[in-house]
Structure formats: C-alpha cells, structure tokens
Design a protein around this ligand. Structure first.
Ligand code: NAI
Length: 274
C-alpha cells in the first residue's frame, strides 16, 4: 500500500446502498487508507442487505439511521463515537432522493408534499447531520465533512427536476455551516460536484444515458468515475486539504468550464450535413 493518508482517522459514511454507490467506493478507499468508520443508511435501504458485505470487508459497524430523523442521527453519532473510540474526523453525506423524479412528476406539475420530502432527504438532512454533531461536539478539530452534489444547482437540466433545488440548498448549507463550524472548532465543510455516475440514484433520472454521454463528450477529461470521486473524498478527509472549507468543488473532468467541445460540434455538424 502506497500511503495511509487516513491512518488513525474515524468517520461516518452515509449512503452505501450497493456496489455502484459512490459511498461504497469511498468506504473501500477510506479503509485502504487506514481509516476506521461506521456505515449508515436508511433502515429501508438495509433490506437489500448488500451493505453487510461492505461492512465485513471494511470491518465496520452498521448503524441504521433515517437522515431526516434527529433521534436517529443523535443515536448514530453518539454510538459512532463510542464504537470508534473517540471524536469523528470525517463524515460523508451521500444521500439523494426525489419522490417527484421517482414518480415521473413533471417540473411544472410538482407535488409540493413530494418537494418537501426531496428537500428534507436530500438537503436539510445535511444540516441535521451537522447540527447534531455540533451539539454533541462530536467532530475533532480540523475534521472534514463532505456532501455530494451536482451542477444542476447552477445550471438547468430539465429532467433533474426538484433535485436541482435540493442541490442548491445543500451547497448553501455547506457554506453556511462551514462558516459556523470553522469558527467554532476548525471543522471544514465542503460539497463535491460530481459528474453523472451510473448508480441507483443517478440512473433514476430520466434520459440518464444521454445525460451521461453528453457530459462525457463535453468534458476534456471525460466524466469522473465513482472511483475517482472516492480518491478526491480521501484527499478531502486527509490533512492535505486542511485549509479548504466552504467550497463547492467541481469534480467533473472539466465539464463546468467548457462552453462546447469539438466532439459535440462534430456531432451537430454531422446532423446538419446528413
Ligand atoms: P445511491 O442511490 O447509491 O445513493 C443514494 C443513497 O441515499 C442511498 O444509499 C439511499 O439509501 C440513501 N438515502 C435515501 N434516503 C435516505 C434517508 N432518508 N436517510 C438516509 N439515507 C437515505 O446513488 P449515488 O449516485 O451514489 O448518490 C450519492 C450522492 O451523490 C447523492 O447525493 C447524489 O445526488 C450525488 N450525486 C450523484 C450523481 C450521479 O450521477 N450518480 C452525480 C452527482 C451527485
């Protein structure tokens, strides 16, 4: 093993549902880099049982928690401190779900009840995790908290629907809590804006393959994989990134800075000539 960037660090990883989950790859890499951590997911997601394999592989305890429930989060965080033997150094929030997207509700015909659920699960839960940790004083100085987001917070992608609102809120919570937690305990809070990635949540978005291919053709480096995202998370949890906080960090192969690429031009010119 080349390095042990996270040796001695303790963490909590939310959102590993199956092998394709970004959180799954993050857990594997954190383990490789010497971290110890607990794994958590919504009790309903545990039914699939895949998380048990990951827990075994990473020698991690699983603590079920609905990330919208303060009571669950209080238990999760205090139990994690107990089993890991000290304060937490890193947290990954890798959670997203929109009932409007799931049920194919058009953006111009949203159910507001669903919208509230989207916001609670995908964005406000980030605040709940941070606030619960803050109140329990459960994160060590220079600890690092990450949320995963998507560029639909800045630009419109029609089929991303109300998840765009959730991501804009998530990123804002990252900045705002980053200020308060930075002042209070030097804890860092950032969001990583990831390329489209083939996972359960990702492929739930209508037309995801077109979405994925378009981004791949626009980005000079191509789409960033879940593995590459996990490497970035390890760096962000490590002491190498200790002065980075309150940022929305693009991890997208250059997508966010490109107007148009030659590949897309060629495709469109080909269409015109045909
Ligand atoms: P995933 O479907 O593997 O992970 C989503 C997780 O959220 C699941 O483990 C699910 O059980 C969990 N979850 C849902 N409701 C919950 C609740 N109430 N309490 C606790 N956990 C709950 O999909 P993926 O793609 O790994 O998603 C992880 C994060 O990455 C999400 O925030 C997603 O929006 C973000 N992201 C994904 C991209 C993609 O194209 N896949 C692109 C950019 C960001």
């Amino acid at each position: 093993m080349a390095q042990q960037l996270l040796k001695g660090k303790r963490g909590i990883i939310f959102g590993a549902l199956d092998e394709s989950s970004i959180a799954w790859k993050v857990a594997e890499k954190c383990f490789e880099q010497g971290a110890t951590f607990t794994l958590t997911n919504a009790p309903i997601a545990m039914r699939m049982g895949a998380i048990n394999q990951l827990a075994e592989k990473c020698n991690a305890e699983i603590i079920p928690a609905d990330a919208t429930s303060i009571e669950d989060l209080e238990k999760l965080i205090s139990r994690s401190v107990e089993v890991l033997g000290g304060k937490i150094d890193f947290i990954l929030h890798s959670i997203g779900m929109s009932p409007n997207v799931r049920k194919n509700r058009a953006y111009t015909d949203l159910s507001y009840e669903f919208l509230m659920k989207t916001l609670d699960v995908s964005a406000v839960s980030f605040h709940k995790v941070l606030q619960t940790a803050y109140k329990q004083d459960a994160i060590s100085e220079w600890g690092s908290v990450l949320g995963l987001t998507y560029i639909a917070a800045q630009r419109t992608f029609p089929s991303y629907s109300d998840m765009a609102e959730a991501k804009a809120t998530l990123e804002s919570i990252g900045r705002s809590f980053g200020y308060h937690y930075g002042k209070h305990r030097k804890v860092r809070v950032n969001t990583i804006s990831q390329s489209p990635t083939w996972t359960t949540a990702g492929s739930g978005v209508k037309g995801f393959d077109a979405f994925f291919n378009y981004a791949d053709k626009l980005s000079p480096l191509g789409n960033a994989s879940a593995d590459a995202c996990a490497d970035y998370c390890v760096f962000m949890f490590s002491d190498l990134s200790r002065m980075i906080t309150m940022q929305n960090l693009y991890h997208d192969g250059g997508f966010s800075s490109v107007g148009v690429s030659q590949e897309i031009m060629d495709m469109l010119m080909g269409d015109n000539e045909a």
